[in-house]
Design a binder for this molecule. Sequence first.
Ligand code: C2E
Ligand code: MG
Ligand code: MG
Ligand code: MG
Length: 290
Amino acid sequence: QAKSRGRNGYQFYSPAMDGEGVERLRMEALLRRAIERNEIFLHYQPQVEIDSGKLIGVEALVRWHNPELGHVSPVRFIPMAEDTGFINQIGEWVLFEACRQMLRWDEAGLQVPKMAVNLSVRQVERGAMAPLVEQALAATGLAPRRLQLEVTESVIMNTGDALAFVHALHAIGVGLAIDDFGTGYSSLAYLKQLPVDVLKIDRSFIKDIALDSNDEAIAIAIIQLGKSMNLSVIAEGVENEEQAAFLLRHGCARAQGYLYGRPVAPEELLETWGSRKHERHEHGTEDAGT
Ligand code: C2E
Ligand code: MG
Ligand code: MG
Ligand code: MG
């Protein structure tokens, strides 16, 4: 319950009252200043080849730490940034910073093959994305093939000229991944026309893959779809060996998830992967699977 504690006390707001609205306005105001105050930063999560454990790329995941609010999840502030339009500034910062980070790792001796960056629908529908990507590549000198953009199915379906956007990216030479694949409503006929490179199987299907026969069927169908459309497939949210073994057995060679590493600061990624480039990841399928 909402309770006022008087003038020099503090107040609790409950969703039943106006609390959520107030909290949201405050958060929006703080978010607007977050970039200039250096509160926004990136963490990077490894993507690996399951059977060798080789690092094939990383995904940039935006983080916000505010002195008053503490850590705020992107699941909360990204939708807010989309509503206010501030996502364009955040997105631009993320894109440039992610490209710059690749060069820092290069210089430090860690060759991360690919950087994946998430795009929101607001960025794409504005139509300024392709030129921005070109600028980021030009400014940093990063090879286009080392950058991959991630969009969800709904971004594709809700963008008027998605076709033009995707072809523009393709012309630049950057990769395109469909994020959270299987949760949206994209038409396969439509997807087929697009020069997409990667399908990312949504974490929700991976979670109970060994327990839920529906999830299992969906994951297998996506893997097959990827094969028949000549796309690379990567599974999100892989947390245990059982899931990894299942994926390998069904022809999905790539994964991202806590089993291989949580999203971490760039220095930590360097520390972890700089020294174990050739280490094999033991998942136990070779002997167990047959
Ligand atoms: P996403 O792009 O699907 O990113 C994957 C999310 O799953 C990340 O959450 C990651 O931390 C989490 N994850 C990865 N492996 C595991 C696992 O094994 N188990 C579990 N339980 N979770 C795992 P995060 O960082 O909280 O990001 C959430 C979402 O916020 C992202 O989902 C993406 O849609 C959005 N987001 C993050 N960064 C950006 C950004 O720079 N721009 C835009 N537009 N959206 C972003
Ligand atoms: Mg993503
Ligand atoms: Mg995803
Ligand atoms: Mg997801």
